[in-house]
Design a binder for this molecule. Structure first.
Ligand code: NAP
Length: 276
C-alpha cells in the first residue's frame, strides 16, 4: 500500500474540474487523479496535461453509477488505504433555452448534482484520512434559489439540525412536485439547477456537522464553494472568469494547511465565507 497522499477530482476531463487538477498537479504533494465518466475523454485530458509537463493519473468515475463509485472506492482503499483530498466538482446544467419539460430537467439535474454527489460522499467520506479536505462545488445560484424558496423551506435549509435523510426527502419531494406541476405552490423556486445546488450546499453543512460529531479528532475540513462565473461548456464564453481562475477557491479549500481549523461547514466564493 502506498503512503503517498492522494487527491481525487470528479468530472475533471474539462472545464473547472480540469483546471482544478492542473492546479493540484502543480501544488499538491502527492498523486492527483483526474476522473471522468468517459475513459476516452479522461485519457485525452491526462495527455493534454502531460503536454504541459504535468502528471495526473486517471480513474474512471461516473457519479450517476454506484458501481463506478464503488470501484473507485475499492481502488483507493487498496492502493492508498484512503484518500486525502476529495473535490466533488462533477455537475450538469440544462441550457436556459432547452425545451425539455421542467419535470425531466428536475429529475435529471437532481440525479447528478445532488444524488450523485451524495453517493460519492457516502462511499468516499469514510475513507478520507485525518487532516483531509473535502470540497463540494456548489454555486451562488444555491443562495439565490434559497431566497426564492418559501419561508418554511428556507427555514429548513438553514436549519442547524436538519438531517441528511430529511434533506434527501426534500430533494425527492421537489422532483415529485415538478411532476405534478405543484412545485411553485409547494414553495419551490423555478430552477432545477438552483434546487440541486441548494442540496449540495446544505449537504455540505450537514456532513461538516457529522464530522464534528463523529470524527472531531481527525481535523477534516469540508466546505462548499462557488467557483464564480466561469467560461466553460456549461456557462459559455461570456462568463467573466477563466477555468484557472474558477479553480482558485476550490483549490484554496483543497490545500488548506494542516494546522487550519477552518473554514469548515461553510459556503465560500472568492475565498470568502458567505452567509447562508
Ligand atoms: P462543464 O464544463 O460542463 O464540466 C462538467 C464536468 O462534469 C465534465 O467533466 C462532465 O463530464 C462532468 N460530469 C457531468 N456529469 C457527470 C457524471 N455523471 N459523472 C462524472 N462526471 C460528470 O462544467 P463546469 O462549468 O466546469 O462546472 C463544474 C462545476 O462547477 C459544476 O458542479 C457546476 O455546477 C459548477 N459551477 C459552474 C459555474 C460556471 O460558471 N461554469 C458556476 C457555478 C458553479 P462530460 O464531459 O462527460 O460531460
Amino acid at each position: 500500500m502506498s503512503n503517498v497522499p492522494v487527491a481525487v477530482v470528479t468530472g475533471s476531463n474539462k472545464g473547472i474540474g480540469f483546471a482544478i487538477v492542473r492546479a493540484l498537479c502543480k501544488q499538491f504533494p502527492g498523486d492527483v487523479y483526474l476522473t471522468a465518466r468517459d475513459p476516452g475523454r479522461g485519457q485525452e485530458a491526462v495527455a493534454k496535461l502531460q503536454e504541459e509537463g504535468l502528471h495526473a493519473l486517471f480513474h474512471q468515475l461516473d457519479i450517476d453509477d454506484l458501481q463506478s463509485i464503488r470501484a473507485l472506492r475499492d481502488f483507493l482503499k487498496e492502493k492508498y488505504g484512503g484518500l486525502n483530498v476529495l473535490v466533488n466538482n462533477a455537475g450538469i446544467a440544462f441550457k436556459v433555452r432547452d425545451t425539455t419539460p421542467f419535470a425531466i430537467q428536475a429529475e435529471v439535474t437532481l440525479k447528478t448534482n445532488f444524488f450523485g454527489t451524495r453517493n460519492v460522499c457516502t462511499e468516499l467520506l469514510p475513507l478520507v484520512k485525518p487532516y483531509g479536505k473535502v470540497v463540494n462545488v456548489s454555486s451562488m445560484v444555491s443562495s439565490s434559489a434559497l431566497g426564492g424558496c418559501s419561508r418554511e423551506l428556507q427555514q429548513k435549509f438553514r436549519s442547524d439540525t436538519i438531517t441528511e435523510d430529511e434533506l434527501v426527502e426534500l430533494m425527492t419531494k421537489f422532483v415529485e412536485d415538478t411532476k405534478k406541476s405543484v412545485h411553485e405552490k409547494e414553495g419551490w423556486p423555478n430552477t432545477a439547477y438552483g434546487v440541486s445546488k441548494i442540496g449540495v450546499t446544505v449537504l455540505s453543512r450537514i456532513q461538516a456537522r457529522m464530522l464534528n460529531e463523529k470524527r472531531k479528532g481527525d481535523h477534516i475540513l469540508l466546505n462548499a464553494c462557488c467557483p464564480g462565473w466561469v467560461r466553460t461548456d456549461m456557462a459559455g464564453p461570456k462568463a467573466t472568469k477563466s477555468p484557472d481562475e474558477g479553480a482558485e477557491t476550490p483549490v484554496y479549500l483543497a490545500l488548506l494547511p494542516s494546522d487550519a481549523d477552518g473554514p469548515h461547514g461553510q459556503f465560500l466564493s472568492n475565498k470568502t465565507v458567505r452567509t447562508w
